[in-house]
Design a protein around this ligand. Structure first.
Ligand code: DLL
Length: 433
């Protein structure tokens, strides 16, 4: 089922005409209301009127995270504070957060996009949604909340944390939809198991997971452990929050981008050149309709590709592949580029280990070291030392063969790697470079 049939199935030509009209309006608006853009465009002798085609977007400069930091907290807003009804901010482990704002029309738009998202994942008004994304400055909780209400589903605003109580609510309220980060979904499954509850026997049938990278193997693991169809959702605060793109339940192959509101590009992260559809590179977004916090050519640092092939669900919106990494979380270990998600994929193929792991990067003398800590399963834990040593060696060999990097593997006891209630922190980089 399609929530916004007219827009979600627009033929490309009509979609592009709509995008161009909206692009011209937003460029005009940021130029006249946000000093940051005016200054930049003036310096480059660019006038908003020069955007005559979608290709002309490439003449405009990128916006990067540092630009948002420099304009902390509200200087990127395009409307007076009296028109802003909501503020959110991105998590971020260091320094000041990135702050975004919404007018009431933005909230209305976002709710509609989240209703689209939920329906694409197969959710209807008869569903009960257990929403364990964090409520607060993070966009996940409230984004899903408003979308579920807009759709007419029943939403349980449980937020993150208090995991045992969440398991009790899953049992007692019988929600049919689970929304949280993929790592938290696994944590919930584990907590249920410890409480002697078979989570697969509960009423959950769909899970909508995102906000952090996860692999196809992890999807299989979640589907098997929880007994749900696991759907990937992508979004970022700077663009709107969740509700930028989502997989459809019919194909579960690529995330449809809501292109009538967000214009995607893929660029070469080194040169900034726009790449043709199909090629992998860094995802860049321009918001077409947002009022309080419009953004032009924002470099997300997320690596993926776009594919326009028609989808069997009927949506015409281009699909993006899973995020395979970030152009900035990429680890370079002794000269080898390593994405944590690649190591995850290797680990997921080893049946004796659980999907809980931590990568510790350090430096001994001039040499980078990588230690992969991973939990062994209950079953394998009781094996003889010799067997465990062999397992360690096997994982090490597998990682070396797949990624070309030598690492140390440390098997740890079940349940010893710190669980996260939101985004999992999977890398500790101790190098001071
Ligand atoms: O994580 C918004 C969100 C909430 C998305 C709930 C999905 C569900 P930020 O905190 O600003 O916003 O973080 C955005 O998280 O640039 C990606 O690097 C990463 N990310 C988000 N979704 C996915 C995903 C929210 N499905 C950053 N796969 C983005 C991989 C993801 N990475």
């Amino acid at each position: 089922m399609i929530y916004d049939e007219e827009f979600e199935t627009l033929p490309r030509e009509a979609l592009e005409a709509l995008q161009l009209k909206r692009l011209q309006a937003v460029v005009q608006r940021v130029y006249s209301t946000v000093p940051f853009y005016k200054k930049k465009y003036d310096e480059m002798k660019l006038r908003p009127e020069q955007v005559r085609s979608l290709d002309d977007l490439q003449r405009l400069p990128f916006t990067v995270k540092d630009d948002l930091r420099d304009n902390y907290p509200f200087n990127m807003f395009s409307v007076p504070m009296s028109n802003v009804v909501r503020i959110h901010a991105s998590s971020g482990t260091t320094g000041k957060p990135i702050v975004v704002g919404y007018t009431s029309r933005d909230i209305d738009l976002w709710s509609g996009l989240m209703a689209r998202t939920l329906m694409a994942a197969g959710v209807t008004r008869s569903d009960i949604v257990h929403n364990a994304y964090g409520y607060g400055l993070f966009t996940g909780g409230l984004g899903f909340h408003y979308g579920a209400e807009r759709l007419g589903a029943s939403v349980i605003p449980v937020s993150g944390g208090n995991t045992k109580r969440q398991v009790m609510l899953l049992q007692d309220f019988g929600p049919t939809v689970l929304t949280c980060t993929p790592s938290y979904a696994l944590y919930l499954a584990e907590a249920a198991e410890e409480m002697g509850i078979d989570i697969r026997k509960l009423r959950l049938r769909v899970g909508i997971f995102g906000a952090e990278p996860w692999s196809v193997r992890m999807r299989e693991e979640i589907e098997r452990k929880i007994g749900v169809q696991a759907i990937d959702i992508f979004g970022l605060s700077e663009v709107i929050g969740p509700g930028v793109s989502v997989e459809c339940i019919e194909a579960k192959n690529g995330l449809h981008i809501f292109e009538d509101h967000f214009l995607p590009e893929i660029i070469d992260p080194d040169t900034g050149e726009k790449l043709p559809w199909g090629e992998e590179g860094e995802l860049v977004f321009t918001t077409l309709t947002k009022e309080a916090f419009p953004i032009i050519r924002y470099r997300t640092r997320d690596i993926t590709r776009l594919f326009p092939e028609p989808c069997r669900c009927g949506r015409t919106m281009v699909r993006m592949g899973r995020i395979t990494g970030r152009s900035d979380d990429m680890l370079i270990i002794r000269g080898v580029n390593v994405f944590p998600s690649q190591i995850e994929s290797v680990l997921m193929n080893v049946k004796e280990v659980a999907p809980h792991y931590l990568l510790i990067v350090d430096r001994e003398g001039q040499l980078d070291t990588l230690e992969v800590q991973v939990e062994v399963n209950e079953g394998a834990f009781h094996d003889e030392v010799k067997v465990l040593q062999a397992l360690q060696g096997r994982i090490q060999k597998e990682i070396r063969e797949m990624l070309g990097v030598t690492c140390k593997v440390k098997l740890v006891e079940p349940h010893t790697i710190k669980r996260s209630e939101g985004k999992a922190q999977r890398v500790i980089d101790r190098r001071k470079i």
